[in-house]
Design a protein around this ligand. Structure first.
Ligand code: PSU
Ligand code: MN
Length: 306
């Protein structure tokens, strides 16, 4: 990592200390807090993810653009602004330079968080679900996929939401050379649901197996992510038919409202929440916590060397 990069990306003092002591670190995104989840569930997600990571011996670092500064470790008053969801824009990787130049508060999507991890040398990242290929026309594919192809970061998620075209998303991950490993599953999860009917070619039972695959990928000089997918915790997963009905309603609402571009994903998430009578929110929080916990275990494993 160049000195230059370290100056441009601000590490919160506690995050800098964790980095300098070579403690295991888990990076987190902030779009899920400022756009993905409503208040006060976003605060609960923040607390539960941090506790899950700290409890497993790793250090949590939220990524964000805070008043124009790319920040690893969003804390204090900066964090409070993001949790209040006011004046915070959704920032994908391409939006980072503009947010910096204009001193904006920008909440990082998976794509933006990955590009910050790569620039800052962070190796493990946890999120809820990745973006992907949207259903139907007009063409809409999340920058998360392209960024996974050029970010050598272990990315832990619960797959991609069934608001997306999951078969197309899985195909694009293959085309882009992203290694996908199921954690204790051999199916790509559907975020709210454990199963999608899409089978995976790799499945791991331990964090050590994932760490070994990551080391192999790095040793080869591959630029891409290791995408770890685990189903939502069994007691919080929703039934596929409930989700499919909610998705149909959400997509119809989005069509009527005429939402486009970056607004599509937050709109659909809110519509799903309404359509499931809030049940999807509990699933969302449970899987975020579970993903943070698994990411911490992988980070600890990686810090042991091997
Ligand atoms: N999936 C979720 N919750 C979220 C998102 C995805 O379960 O909040 C957010 C993530 O930050 C993801 C982004 O990177 O939506 C994808 O948006 P888009 O489709 O505009 O790339
Ligand atoms: Mn899009």
């Amino acid at each position: 990592m160049s000195v230059h990069t370290r100056e441009i990306i601000h590490f919160h003092p506690a995050a800098a200390k964790a980095r300098d002591l070579r403690r295991p670190i888990v990076a987190l995104e902030s779009s899920v807090l400022a756009q993905g989840l409503p208040i006060p569930a976003n605060g609960e997600a923040d607390r539960r993810c941090r506790a899950a990571i700290l409890g497993r011996g790793a250090f949590p670092c939220i990524t964000a653009i805070a008043r124009g500064v790319p920040t690893i470790g969003l804390e204090g008053a900066d964090l409070e602004r993001f949790l209040a969801r006011e004046g915070v824009s959704k920032v994908s990787s391409r939006d980072i330079p503009w947010a910096m130049a204009n001193r904006l508060d920008g909440a990082t999507t998976v794509a933006a968080a990955l590009s910050m991890c790569t620039a800052a040398g962070l190796e493990v990242f946890a999120t809820g679900g990745i973006g992907g290929v949207h259903r139907g026309a007009p063409f809409d594919e999340s920058a998360d996929l392209a960024e996974l192809a050029r970010s050598p970061v272990v990315t832990v998620c619960a797959g991609a939401k069934s608001i997306l075209d999951l078969p197309a998303t899985v195909e694009r991950l293959e085309t882009l050379g992203v290694t996908v490993i199921g954690y204790r599953t051999d199916e790509f999860p559907g975020f709210f649901t454990s199963r999608s009917g899409l089978s995976l070619s790799a499945s791991a039972d331990t964090p050590a197996e994932i760490a070994a695959a990551y080391r192999a990928s790095r040793a080869l000089g591959r630029p891409s992510a290791i995408l770890v997918v685990q189903p939502p915790p069994a007691d919080s997963a929703l039934d596929a038919d409930v989700v499919e009905t909610a998705v149909t309603v959400a997509l119809a609402e989005a069509r009527v409202a005429g939402v486009r571009g970056a607004g599509v994903t937050p709109f659909l998430l809110a519509a799903i929440d309404r359509a499931t009578g809030g049940r999807s929110l509990a699933t969302n929080l449970a899987l975020l916590e579970a993903n943070a916990a698994l990411a911490a275990q992988i980070a600890v494993e990686l810090s042991r060397g091997g």
